[in-house]
Design a protein around this ligand. Structure first.
Ligand code: BDR
Ligand code: CA
Length: 317
């Protein structure tokens, strides 16, 4: 069985990614670590508990992590995910915040990986602040990971946050820099443009959400805001890869859950721009070996979309 640890800023697609993992028969989700990003880290913890509650899996431990990036202040994506991160859909039965573990996310990450050396895959679908802090406290951590699966970065300088920056990297560029330079384990990247080119159709989305289950009803409620934002005329014109439903974080999760999911990837050293006036937070792909780095990341290019649809459907069963 695969042991996964997931680091989230639980917005709508993080929720979808968590539910995809919970539905996978071969996965043990050892814990969910939370970090600032789409919304405050407090909301992220609450959202994660709501997702686990919807799946009847509240026994999975949830840990609170960094409230801010390493440098500067948090940004958020309330315009897309809703101010609370889950579509501002009322939830009078949300689990109590008391269920969040006392141990911090970063310490939990270090402990869990050290308890299972070589066995844990880390899936990061958020700004990389927790992962950067963890490797600074325990430099041996990356060598003990089975793999690292990140949703973040971009390959064509097409941003979703700044002109050429993707949200997770732009929300903490220093953390992304540390992770891409210090995590020398097999590293898979689901970058922004790739997720857009791998969109699912709105027809699929309708069928997916119309499943007669409590999980589908929960997903339909929390997704409404982001679906409306995606359908909005202004956004639609700007969308990479045309209109459609994109669950960015679920691609990173699907790759961790099933190693046959990624059909084609590019393999290059990668880094992040920290100082550019227009380009801070933008991913740098070193196709010519100029950076003199030995570690290369696998940048997803083509995935099995039929398998993806099956996994997404199963997530709401
Ligand atoms: C990423 O940013 C967040 O809004 C999403 O949850 C995803 O992790 C996409 O750029
Ligand atoms: Ca996310």
């Amino acid at each position: 069985r695969k042991k996964l640890l997931v680091d989230v800023d639980c917005g709508v697609d993080d929720a979808q990614a968590i539910m995809l993992a919970l539905a996978a028969p071969n996965v043990d989700l050892l814990g969910v670590t939370c970090v600032h990003g789409n919304t405050t880290v407090e909301n992220v913890c609450r959202n994660t508990l709501r997702v686990l509650q919807a799946c009847d899996r509240l026994e999975i431990p949830v840990f609170k992590g960094a409230a801010k990036p390493l440098v500067g202040n948090s940004i958020n994506s309330g315009h897309f995910h809703g101010l609370d991160g889950l579509g501002d859909a009322p939830d009078p039965n949300a689990p109590s915040a008391d269920l969040v573990q006392e141990e911090s996310a970063v310490m939990a990450m270090i402990r869990i990986v050290n308890e299972n050396p070589g066995e844990v895959s880390l899936v990061a679908t958020a700004p990389l602040t927790n992962l950067a802090l963890a490797v600074r406290l325990d430099p041996s951590l990356p060598s003990k990971l089975r793999g690292l699966y990140i949703m973040g970065g971009n390959t064509e300088s097409r941003g979703n946050t700044t002109a050429c920056g993707e949200f997770n990297f732009t929300a903490d560029p220093e953390a992304a820099y540390i992770v891409l330079n210090d995590y020398c384990c097999p590293t898979y990247l689901a970058c922004w443009e790739f997720t857009c080119y791998s969109k699912l159709s709105w027809e699929f989305c309708d069928t997916w959400l119309a499943q007669p289950t409590a999980k589908a009803r929960f997903m339909a409620r929390i997704s409404r805001h982001s679906i409306e934002a995606s359908l909005g005329k202004r956004v639609q014109k700007e969308l990479v890869g045309g209109s459609g439903f994109v669950s960015c974080d679920s691609y990173a999760m699907a790759a961790a859950v099933d190693e046959t999911f990624v059909i084609e990837s590019d393999c290059y050293p990668v880094s992040v721009e920290l100082t550019g006036m227009h380009t801070r937070g933008m991913m740098v792909v070193d196709t010519r070996g100029i950076l003199n780095k030995t570690h290369k990341a696998l940048i997803m290019k083509k995935v099995d979309l039929e398998k993806f649809k099956e996994m997404m459907m199963a997530a709401l069963k």
